[in-house]
Design a protein around this ligand. Structure first.
Ligand code: SAH
Ligand code: SF4
Ligand code: F3S
Length: 460
């Protein structure tokens, strides 16, 4: 029998030193949720470990966006179960979008899981863990929507320079391929007061950059009373002087109104970087995806951004092999990538998802064909991205230093305001600083340069 947890009693604080290991799949919102989970569990005596085998609690924060992501969940769980057999007191919890969708059914495939919780009730995680511990029965609790009053959750972040800040949850669109509205519910914005308060604290704690997050971040604030828009919020966040860079992710082209572009243009800390997912470069496909715009609308939007902020980087998401997509339609997506000249794109082969209309449509494209289209599109994107990056050669860019480069210990790595990775030689003490770097070479994914900053370079 499965224990139904109903009690809303406040979580009992345990004064023990336990370790939690967390694995996060999916988008930045999921990463931000994981940081909240760590904050919540800290309150009952857990601290994070990066060693699976020393954890008393293993959490899988799952993603359901594509079939492959979901398969990965069960392969991880199988592996974790083996560890659990050697350490029977260890517990396994599954949260995120797969858990939200599967709920109780997850136990059929993975009966050894101790806690299943969804995307709407993170705050219940500590109590569910304690419940499962006490009853030795799985604790499963999924809420169908977020509570009317959004709780302010504790957070432990993994990065101390740049912070994710969720500002709106859910999505009110119904793109015919996408499971997100089903697993994340309707749009619900946090109030600007709570967001600004959190960002002020981040500023005081030494953070330099915030990324405002939402499944549809550009819709921020329409559900508040009084309604505001993302541009208003950017202007409010800009008042937090310690925060030097504001980014936002990920939006829908239809909601990227001119007021938001104006705010980015006028607010110094707002970065000249727009991630604007188009999904396909063909009108019939866009219509069947129910995206609510056509290619010409998108072209005009890009024109607006580039006219107002010429140095902007523009990136996108693209899906290939949507059901019924012809070769000719696919080639229109390829041409659009060349025409727009995207700085980078996330690409994916269409994956049929439960609860989405297009999963049962005729004309599903074969796996082989999807793979071929993906390969070709990626090669074009790489070329286009390389061309974009070449424009930086010989220029001085402002870089927020994130730390040592993962590829080469002797170098530092950071990002430009336009979100380009820059590697250069320098001492680790520059981590967290904004420095000027002269770009000397580029590839499609990153740049290399030399420190060119009178504050840190002395010319002898
Ligand atoms: N709200 C954003 C996207 C969020 S989902 C937007 O409207 O564009 C992140 C990305 O996952 C999408 O941009 C899309 O490219 C991809 N995606 C979503 N569902 C998918 C599916 N069924 N198959 C393949 N890729 C998918
Ligand atoms: Fe999914 Fe984005 Fe469409 Fe919402 S707007 S349904 S998140 S693709
Ligand atoms: Fe995946 Fe859920 Fe994000 S499905 S992409 S983790 S909203």
């Amino acid at each position: 029998m499965v224990a139904q947890v109903q009690s809303k009693d406040s979580v009992e604080k345990l004064n023990v030193d336990k370790k939690v290991y967390i694995e996060t799949f999916g988008c930045q919102m999921n990463k931000a949720d994981s940081e909240n989970m760590l904050g919540l569990l800290h309150e009952i005596g857990y601290e994070q470990t990066d060693k699976l085998k020393e954890a008393q609690l293993m959490i899988l924060n799952t993603c359901a966006i594509r079939e492959g992501a979901e398969d990965k969940v069960f392969s991880y769980l199988g592996h974790w179960n083996k560890i659990k057999q050697e350490m029977p007191s260890a517990m396994i919890a599954v949260g995120g979008c797969v858990a939200q969708d599967a709920g109780q059914a997850l136990l059929k495939r993975a009966p050894y899981v101790d806690v299943v919780f969804g995307t709407h009730n993170l705050q219940r995680l500590p109590e569910l863990v304690l419940q499962a511990q006490k009853t030795k029965q799985p604790a499963v609790e999924i809420w169908q929507e977020l509570p009317p009053e959004l709780p302010e959750l504790p957070v432990i972040r993994n990065n101390d320079i740049s912070a994710w800040v969720s500002i709106i949850y859910g999505c009110d669109y119904n793109c015919t391929y996408c499971i997100v509205p089903y697993v994340r519910g309707r749009e619900k914005s946090r109030t600007p007061q709570t967001i600004v308060r959190e960002i002020e604290e981040l500023g005081q704690a030494g953070y330099k950059e915030v990324t405002l997050l939402g499944q549809n971040v550009t819709a921020y604030g329409h559900d508040l009373d009084p309604a505001i828009h993302l541009g208003d919020l950017i202007r409010m966040v800009d008042k937090v002087k310690e925060i030097k860079r504001i980014r936002f992710l990920t939006g829908h082209p239809r909601d990227l109104r001119v007021e938001i572009i104006d705010a980015v243009a006028e607010v110094e800390s707002a970065c000249e970087y727009f991630h604007v997912p188009i999904q396909a470069g063909d009108d019939r496909t866009l219509r069947r995806m129910a995206r609510g715009y056509n290619v010409d609308f998108y072209r005009k939007l890009v024109d607006k951004i580039r006219t107002r902020i010429p140095e902007s980087a523009i990136t996108s998401d693209l899906i290939v092999g949507f059901p019924g997509e012809t070769e000719q339609e696919f080639m229109r997506t390829v041409s659009l990538v060349e025409e727009i000249g995207f700085d980078a794109c996330n690409t994916a082969a269409y994956s049929p998802r439960p609860h989405t209309p297009s999963a049962s449509w005729e004309g599903q494209v074969s796996e082989n064909e999807k793979y071929e289209r993906l390969r070709f599109l990626n090669s074009v994107i790489t070329e286009v991205a390389h061309k974009c990056n070449k424009q930086y050669l010989g220029k001085i860019v402002e870089v927020l230093v994130e730390g040592k480069s993962q590829r080469n210990d002797a170098r530092l790595s950071g990002r430009t305001r336009t979100n380009k990775i820059v590697n250069f030689a320098g001492t680790e003490s520059l981590t967290g600083q904004l420095v000027n770097v002269l770009v000397e070479s580029v590839n499609p994914w990153a740049m290399r340069g030399v420190l060119n900053d009178p504050r840190y370079v002395t010319n002898s």
